[in-house]
Design a protein around this ligand. Structure first.
Ligand SMILES: [Zn+2]
Length: 382
């Protein structure tokens, strides 16, 4: 199924949170929608998913007892987040644009992929990992202007402000708007840390706390996404009620890269250079994004082996991976060699991200790893 067909933002597709869903539905059916609400909790608990589904419900022209209709013209626009009465504000680096709407393209892509993501992931999606995101004064002024217009199509106009923690003092220009909002305007703020939100903004919202998800709800959602029931159960038990974390765990639990890494590290240890050349050839065909994921997985695997020297706990790995890590540890690779290997992986990833030739990067990596894994780069004491 393509992401755009998934309609993540219907209420019944939001993971768990039954009590909150009922509360949101009641507010619509009783026509008692607070004009400013704060969805507060770890982002992996689903605050944004709830806000998106609620926004759809608020503008649906034919809402049912349990959800928006999913079929009306408003709902169809919500499928791809293009409803003209649905506004978004979120942090972004000043180098990427002046106002949030400059970034609606990448923002919608991110929402369509999944509404369970955090600030870091968003900044990575913008290619701005190392820059500071912010909700600037220009964005606040644009909001005041846009929200003072009448709704285009629906009876209501909804603003979803994601991470109001990134509003600086200049966010105070929004106070008047929040205090006397134009008729039919609903503010939905999605935040993680209330202590980092301007007090003046905070005091004008009604807070809805988003608790961690139940294990059963996470497992069920993961199975719906196509994961096997034991992978889903395992990830649900380890994720601490955080669906973003659960999604990451399922990737680790059943990584498609494990066999390849096991083979490569084995060949590096036994110095089978012809096998390493073959591995570089094959792996180099993964494509840039595939290569990045491949490298991240290998780094997570080695980091785990590295940390195991100090912490005897690797809950995120499958039985096969844990068994491999135990064998790897029995090789008694020195700490300095481990560090050397991690450095090699980091620099290879860096090269790949900067369009280095994949096969050359991997060949260099392969030879370097074979060197480090056996003798710590020649620094072992006699
Ligand atoms: Zn509808």
């Amino acid at each position: 199924m393509r992401a755009s067909e998934r309609r993540n933002n219907l209420l019944n597709q939001v993971v768990g949170q039954q009590a909150l869903k009922q509360r949101l539905l009641r507010s619509v059916h009783n026509n008692r929608v607070p004009h400013a609400q704060l969805f507060l909790g770890n982002l992996g608990h689903g605050g944004l998913a709830l806000a998106l589904a609620y926004a759809r419900l608020l503008t649906c022209s034919n809402p049912g007892q349990d959800d928006a209709c999913g079929e009306c013209s408003s709902c169809r626009k919500h499928d791809s987040f293009i409803h003209p009465d649905l506004h978004f504000t979120f942090p972004f680096p000043s180098s990427s644009g002046d106002v949030s709407s400059d970034l609606y393209g990448p923002w919608r892509e991110q929402l369509l992929a999944s509404p369970y993501f955090g600030y870091e992931q968003w900044m990575r999606h913008l290619g701005s990992e190392n820059k500071q995101g912010n909700i600037p004064i220009k964005e606040c002024r644009a909001l005041i202007k846009n929200l003072s217009l009448k709704p285009f199509e629906a009876a209501r106009k909804v603003l979803i402000m994601w991470l109001p923690e990134y509003l600086g003092q200049e966010g105070n220009v929004l106070l008047k708007l929040m205090e006397e909002p134009p008729a039919g305007t609903v503010f939905l703020l999605v935040a993680e840390q209330s202590e980092r939100i301007l007090n003046t903004i905070l005091s004008r919202t009604q807070t809805m706390r988003i608790p961690p998800l139940e294990i059963g709800d996470v497992a069920e959602a993961l199975e719906r996404e196509g994961h096997s029931s034991d992978v889903a159960q395992r990830a649900a038990q380890l994720c601490q009620g955080d669906y973003s974390r659960a999604l990451q765990l399922t990737q680790q639990v059943q990584s498609p890269y494990f066999e390849s890494w096991r083979g490569f590290l084995g060949n590096a240890y036994t110095r089978k250079m012809d096998q390493i050349a073959l591995w570089a050839e094959e792996t180099g065909n993964l494509g840039r994004e595939g290569m990045k994921a491949y490298m991240h997985y290998g780094m997570a695997l080695l980091r785990s082996a590295f940390l195991h020297e100090f912490v005897d706990q690797r809950p995120e790995w499958s039985a096969q991976e844990a068994e491999f890590l135990d064998k790897f540890l029995n090789l008694n690779v020195e700490i300095s060699s481990m560090q050397g290997m991690m450095d090699l992986l980091e620099s290879s990833l860096y090269e790949i991200e900067r369009n280095g030739n994949p096969k050359m990067v991997l060949t260099t990596l392969g030879y370097g790893m074979a060197d480090k894994i056996r003798n710590g780069g020649g620094q072992r004491q006699p």
